[in-house]
Design a binder for this molecule. Structure first.
Ligand SMILES: Nc1ncnc2c1ncn2[C@@H]1O[C@H](COP(=O)(O)OP(=O)(O)OP(=O)(O)O)[C@@H](O)[C@H]1O
Ligand SMILES: [Mg+2]
Length: 308
């Protein structure tokens, strides 16, 4: 039984095809990203997966049930792109409102919100404040906390870290990794390639309503990205002996006075070897740069356009 099955989903808005036969299958707990630029169809797809809107074709099953099934709803936590919070209630009261819909006890709700708020830098004072006075980042934090109140097995997050500063973003990433350790499934829409790359077990890249590729980030980069480039700068002009050593590691290299750029496979293994060998011949590397492929490169290769 798949955790998520999306099969040939089609969606039109005003006779425009916004999702074009999308299929996506998630088998095991873990973190799964839906990576794509603005307007690609991420929010539309997540809204169909959560049962908020109906597709015009195809089907979605969550653990063999329809998303609209009440018992399915109980195992899903959803944090929408635009947090649906009530401005003239406090953070605590928003949490109580949503938490009670799930049948949770008030004391448990307050406890949980306070604890998670502490983790994400939303203090008890903040939580007593009216949400209308919150910044965008504070709203995102509260919405994320609320989506976790009923301890869902499947968490669906639409751009959870947009508007958060880098420190908080890392806190959220850590929180998601902790949830993964608890065998939860996290489905995450994002246009940050770094977020998708660092967190996900698998990434589905979506563009213009189609999932164009889906695999482990490392496999995507290996398959569609450029090779890793190692750039070395030496104290002195590069001579034939240095080139002789470099040639043993790669046949694709460019030399420019004191700098050599080398296309290198398996860099973790060969970079230390190469530099070690150069040292043993008496050549000191004074600057070192490793440029690795990114998911941006993958997107560029597959679509001819940039992601961010
Ligand atoms: N309710 C709607 N009515 C008409 N068109 C819509 C509606 N919702 C979305 N669209 C269109 O569908 C396309 C996909 O939108 P969607 O919000 O799914 O993209 P997204 O990948 O989530 O983008 P973003 O990164 O900006 O959030 C866009 O062209 C958008 O204009
Ligand atoms: Mg969106």
């Amino acid at each position: 039984m798949a955790i998520l099955l999306v099969k040939d989903v089609v969606k039109y808005f005003d006779s425009r095809r916004v999702l074009d036969s999308v299929s996506w299958r998630i088998e095991n707990p873990g973190i799964y990203s839906l990576l794509g630029p603005n307007g690609a169809g991420k929010t539309t797809l997540l809204s169909i997966i959560t049962g908020i809107i109906e597709p015009d074709g195809g089907r979605v099953l969550i653990k063999d049930s329809k998303p609209s099934n009440p018992s399915t709803r109980m195992i899903i936590g959803y944090c929408p792109q635009e947090p649906g919070l009530i401005g003239n209630l406090s953070g605590y009261d928003n949490a109580l409102f949503y938490g009670r819909l799930y049948g949770l006890r008030s004391r448990d709700i307050i406890d949980r919100v306070s604890k998670m708020g502490e983790k994400l830098g939303l203090s008890r004072n903040d939580l007593r404040m009216k949400v209308g006075k919150y910044s965008g980042g504070m709203k995102k934090k509260l919405a994320l906390i609320i989506s976790l109140l009923h301890d869902p097995e499947i968490l669906i997050l639409d751009e959870p870290t947009t508007g958060m500063d880098p420190g908080v973003r890392r806190e959220v990433w850590q929180l998601l990794l902790d949830l993964k350790k608890m065998s939860k499934t996290i489905i995450l829409a994002t246009h940050y390639m770094e977020e998708a790359d660092q967190l996900s077990d698998r990434v589905a890249i979506i563009d213009r309503g189609k999932i164009i590729v889906e695999d482990k980030p490392s496999v995507l980069k290996e398959k569609y990205g450029p090779k890793t480039v190692l750039q070395l700068r030496f104290e002195n002009t590069i001579n034939n002996e240095v080139i002789g050593v470099v040639k043993k590691y790669s046949d694709k290299y460019y030399v420019n006075e004191r700098i050599v750029k080398i296309h290198i496979g398996e860099p973790e293994k060969y970079v230390p070897e190469l530099i070690g060998e150069l040292y043993s011949h008496g050549y000191r590397v004074v600057e070192f740069k490793l440029v690795k492929p990114t998911l941006e490169d993958v997107f560029l290769k597959l679509t001819g356009r940039r992601l961010e």
